[in-house]
Design a protein around this ligand. Structure first.
Ligand SMILES: Cc1ncc(C[n+]2csc(CCOP(=O)(O)OP(=O)(O)O)c2C)c(N)n1
Ligand SMILES: [Mg+2]
Length: 367
C-alpha cells in the first residue's frame, strides 16, 4: 500500500526509491499489503509473459525482413503491466513508443501494433481501444497532448485521469517542462510516467542530466513526485494506483520516475554492445522484473514454473496468427500518404501527389 505518508517518506530530494520486493522477490516492507487479489497477481504475471513473448517474436519478424522497425520492451514490462491494471476504460493513455503491455491492456490488438511497425498507419486506429492516442515519435511532444486532454476533461466535468508516458531522454526536451508547467498551473489530473531506462539511444543518463534523479524535476513545478523501482511490479502497482486516486482527488498532476533498464536494443536498428558493458547488462539482468514477480508468486504458492512452457507455446501460436493478420492487411494507397493532413487536400499538395504518382509510373520506379 502506498499512501500520503509513504509519499512523504520517499522524498525525491533524498533520492529514496520506493521498493516492495528485493531482487529475489522477497517483500521488504513490514506489514505490507497489496491492493490486488491472488487472481490479479497471477494474471499480471501471465500478461507479463505474454508481453515478453510478443516482444521477442516482433524482433524476430523484423529480423526476417517482415517488419520495418521495432522498439524492444525487454526489462521494462513491470511498468506496463502495472499500468494496465490501473488505467481504467474512462482514462486516457498517451503513449511514447515503448509500453507494449499497457497498450494491450487498453484494448489495442497485437495485429494493429504489428501493422503499425510494418509502416501502415491503419495500425493506429485501435479499433477496440477507446481513449488512447497513437504512438508519438517526436520525443516528449505527447505530454502536451496529455495535458490538453486533461484540460478538456476538466472543462467538460469528466472524472478520469490521463496517463502520459515519456523516457529519461524525453525529460531533457522543452515539451516535458512545458507540459509539467501547464499541468500544474491548470490543475489537471495527469499522471506523468517517466520510464527511466538509463539510456536515450546511446546517451547514458549521466550525460543527459545533472539532476540527482528525474522525480526531482516535478517538484520545481509543484507536482507531487516519487521515484519507484520500475522493475518491481508490486511497487509499481502501488504507486500507479495511488497516483490515479491522488490526481482525481486533488485535481492536480503527479509524476512517477520508474527506474528500470532497457535490456534490449533501442530499436532493431541499434547495437548496444557499441556503448555499454556486459557487466552493466548482467547487473540489470539480476533485477529482471519477470524473475522477481515469479519468485514472489512461487513463494506464495500461487505459481508453478513448470506451467510456463505450455503457456508460452500457446501464446506463440496466437502471436503468429496475429502477425498473419497484419501481413494479410491490404497495402495502403498512395493517396493515403498525402491524404490525412487536411480535410481537403490543398492544390500544392495535390501537385506533389501527382508528381509522385507520375514518378512511380516511370519504368523501374516501383522497385
Ligand atoms: C524531438 C526528437 N528528437 C530526436 C528524436 C530521435 N530519437 C528517437 S528515440 C530517442 C531517444 C529517446 O530516449 P528516451 O526518451 O530515454 O526513451 P527510450 O527510447 O529510452 O524509451 C531519440 C533521440 C526524436 N524521435 N524526436
Ligand atoms: Mg530512455
Amino acid at each position: 500500500m502506498f499512501d500520503l505518508q509513504t509519499l512523504d517518506k520517499y522524498k525525491p530530494i533524498d533520492d529514496k526509491m520506493y521498493q516492495v520486493m528485493d531482487k529475489d522477490g522477497k517483500v521488504i516492507i513490514k506489514n505490507w499489503k497489496t491492493g490486488l487479489s491472488e487472481d490479479d497477481l497471477v494474471q499480471a504475471y501471465k500478461d507479463l509473459l505474454f508481453e515478453r513473448t510478443a516482444d521477442q517474436m516482433a524482433i524476430s519478424y523484423q529480423r526476417q525482413g517482415r517488419m520495418f522497425t521495432y522498439p524492444p520492451n525487454l526489462g521494462q514490462e513491470a511498468i506496463h503491466i502495472a499500468s494496465g491494471k490501473v488505467i481504467k476504460a474512462e482514462d486516457w493513455l498517451v503513449p511514447a513508443f515503448r509500453e507494449l503491455g499497457a497498450w494491450l491492456a487498453k484494448g489495442v490488438s497485437l495485429w494493429e501494433i504489428f501493422l503499425y511497425f510494418k509502416g501502415h498507419e491503419d495500425g493506429s486506429k485501435f479499433l477496440n481501444a477507446a481513449r488512447m492516442l497513437p504512438v508519438s515519435v517526436p520525443i516528449a511532444s505527447q505530454l502536451l497532448h496529455a495535458v490538453g486532454l486533461a484540460y478538456a476533461m476538466k472543462y467538460k466535468g469528466e472524472e478520469a485521469a490521463v496517463f502520459g508516458y515519456v523516457g529519461d531522454g524525453g525529460t531533457s526536451e522543452g515539451d516535458f517542462h512545458e507540459a509539467l508547467n501547464f499541468a500544474a498551473v491548470w490543475d489537471v489530473p495527469v499522471v506523468f510516467v517517466v520510464q527511466n531506462n538509463q539510456f536515450a539511444i546511446s546517451v547514458p543518463l549521466k550525460m543527459q542530466t545533472r539532476s540527482k534523479n528525474l522525480a526531482l524535476k516535478g517538484l520545481a513545478y509543484d507536482v507531487d513526485s516519487v521515484l519507484v523501482d520500475g522493475n518491481d511490479f508490486l511497487a509499481m502497482h502501488d504507486v500507479l494506483a495511488f497516483a490515479r486516486e491522488h490526481v482525481l482527488k486533488k485535481k492536480r498532476p503527479f509524476l512517477i520516475e520508474a527506474r528500470t533498464y532497457r535490456r534490449g536494443a533501442h530499436t532493431t536498428s541499434d547495437d548496444p554492445t557499441k556503448y555499454r558493458s556486459k557487466e552493466e547488462e548482467e547487473h540489470w539482468a539480476e533485477l529482471d522484473p519477470a524473475a522477481r514477480l515469479q519468485s514472489y508468486l512461487v513463494s506464495k504458492k500461487l505459481w508453478d514454473p513448470k506451467d510456463e512452457e505450455a503457456l508460452i507455446a500457446g501464446y506463440k501460436k496466437f502471436i503468429d496468427s496475429e502477425f498473419d493478420k497484419a501481413e494479410a492487411y491490404p497495402d495502403y494507397k498512395l493517396e493515403d500518404v498525402f491524404g490525412f493532413m487536411y480535410q481537403e487536400m490543398p492544390v500544392e499538395l495535390k501537385r506533389q501527389m501527382n508528381n509522385y504518382q507520375n514518378f512511380m509510373n516511370l519504368e523501374g520506379a516501383q522497385k
